[in-house]
Design a protein around this ligand. Sequence first.
Ligand code: NAP
Length: 310
Amino acid sequence: MTTKVGIVGYGKIAQDQHVPSIEGNPHFELAATVSRSGNGHPGVPCFATHADMLAQVKDLGAVAICTPPSVRYAIARDCLEAGLPCLLEKPPGVTLGEVEELKTLADAKGLTLFTTWHAQHNPAVTAAAEALAGKNVETMRITWREDVRKWHPGQAWIWEPGGFGVFDPGINAFSIATRIFPGTLWLKEAELLFPANRQSPIAANLALSGSAATGAVTAQLDWRHSGGEAWDIEVRTADGETILLSEGGSKLSRNGEAVAASGPGEYPDIYREFAELLAGHKSHVDVAPLRLCAEAFLLGRRTIVDAFED
Ligand code: NAP
């Protein structure tokens, strides 16, 4: 039997990735969308609020919450209260407490809660984690630069408190780093660069510590980058290996040699895992990437830079 899914927040990621992945997976069927502007998926019932969807779609089996993060908690809580398993886009909330509370609620109700981190679903990331397991890390360098105008055109929410700013893509890097690093990572120092007219940073320079790291662990996040993306994580191990994950975790090389790794793709793999979690009545909740963001905001020294206009 297929699970009927409702998508709340029918924006860029819902349209680009969730809909094709649901339509391409025999375990799921797109049954409803929620869009305040009435701009839902053609041929599928569209509701102005998630409450309307919960009240009117009687055979809904799960909800995918693809809104901006600041409203994720309230929507997820209502869906869980209504007895529906939830898949959360990244980041799963704006605070760690929100996610903990959702997990408590999901557990109490015996419902699946899935905090998705799409970058972790690259097979090259799994291969890198396997290559680093049990090793000591000498250095790890995260470089995450992209053009905000290309990836987030006109998304005003991203600059607001709870919008994450450059940590919106940066948290993807953290989701890979926390997955592959053979130990715990935490923040040591952070410089956050805020445009004079915005509430969220446009760039960040971070120094981290790690339980298995002897040298520097650094991250440079920057949205003021044009001419292609740089989404790289380079790790040097104490035994002399160099592991490079590039192109957002999709390509792996070991000591300069490309390593082949193939899989269904990030979002098809997310829905593969969601089907598995639903069948096993299990949850998958991972807050490690969100914790690094929270620590960066806690420790961050603020530098004001040029105002940003879309
Ligand atoms: P988006 O294009 O702005 O879409 C979000 C949608 O949510 C909007 O279309 C809006 O639809 C709805 N929405 C906005 N504010 C809302 C509110 N206060 N209450 C209820 N609904 C609201 O954003 P997006 O890029 O898809 O990003 C959504 C989430 O996916 C973010 O957490 C982001 O980090 C994550 N993500 C994005 C990408 C990407 O490449 N864009 C990749 C991976 C993950 P209506 O106005 O019609 O209601």
